[in-house]
Design a protein around this ligand. Sequence first.
Ligand SMILES: NC(=O)c1ccc[n+]([C@@H]2O[C@H](COP(=O)([O-])OP(=O)(O)OC[C@H]3O[C@@H](n4cnc5c(N)ncnc54)[C@H](O)[C@@H]3O)[C@@H](O)[C@H]2O)c1
Length: 295
Amino acid sequence: MDDGADLVTELHKSKKNIEKIIGGTEETTTGVVRLRSMAREGVLMYPIIAVNDASTKHFFDNRYGTGQSTLDGIIRATNLLIAGRTFVVCGYGWCGRGIAMRAKGFGANVVICEVNPLYALEAVMDGYNVMKISEAAKVGDIFITATGDINVLRREHFALMKDGVILANSGHFNVEISLPDLDSLAISKKEIRENVEEYKLQNGKRLYLLGEGRLVNLACAEGHPASVMDMSFANQALCVEHLVRHAKELSPQVYGVPKDIDEQVARLKLASMGITIDKLTAEQAKYITSWEEGT
Ligand SMILES: NC(=O)c1ccc[n+]([C@@H]2O[C@H](COP(=O)([O-])OP(=O)(O)OC[C@H]3O[C@@H](n4cnc5c(N)ncnc54)[C@H](O)[C@@H]3O)[C@@H](O)[C@H]2O)c1
């Protein structure tokens, strides 16, 4: 079981006991991207199930888990009032939309920055302001990256920012906010409270970086609550069982989570919450799958 493909990379580099591994599972978006790239280049040595791709994983863990815990991290680190502030979210994927939703709930004016036109359009119709980062840089009070990408906030953006802005990342590692650019622009750097570093720039403005640019929900808070991770880990456990049964039939590729596992996790989660839902009647089941009726 991996999270971010770090273990897989290590194993593929060292090749230590790799022939004994029958399969693996991957927890997060960035790990899946890396593994797909390894599979494409033919270097992946065993089959891997992309747990992140399960609906019961990314719809919930990435959206509600990251959404809540990211706001939790920012608030714990700064104790700032979110209401009325301009809150810039870079990346409107599953994590970004959870963060935006929660920031909006706190009363922030939310701005979305995206590179994918479809996601940008969704953000517009979800009621957010959508603009380029270079525009958002001039108006934002709090910036959060959740892209899985590198140097999303960088020198040219820092130079445009207002005095006193907060910078945080909830995507991958500490590369989404360019720390080398911040360091080279700064004339001084000091920790002003736990997990809050003040970078004073040559232009006199002060930018505040949370948790060294690492995942703010882990660096400054406690990560996701157990009651959303349960679905991710149920997927992990059931996928491992699936691999034990079926790994011999699989080639070294990245596979989606089997649909029956995804649905089983949703059913189990509903049951654990004491919620029961309706079932299609035989008549309804026939109607919605037929081309002869209702057309
Ligand atoms: N903090 C956590 O606990 C946590 C939890 C789950 C996932 N993650 C990580 O968060 C990151 C995002 O995950 P996701 O599931 O939302 O991924 P996703 O693929 O659904 O969304 C990422 C979005 O970022 C956009 N993007 C990429 N580069 C960009 C750029 N330069 N500027 C603006 N937008 C850009 C993409 O178009 C995409 O819409 C990944 O690295 C993932 O591993 C973190």
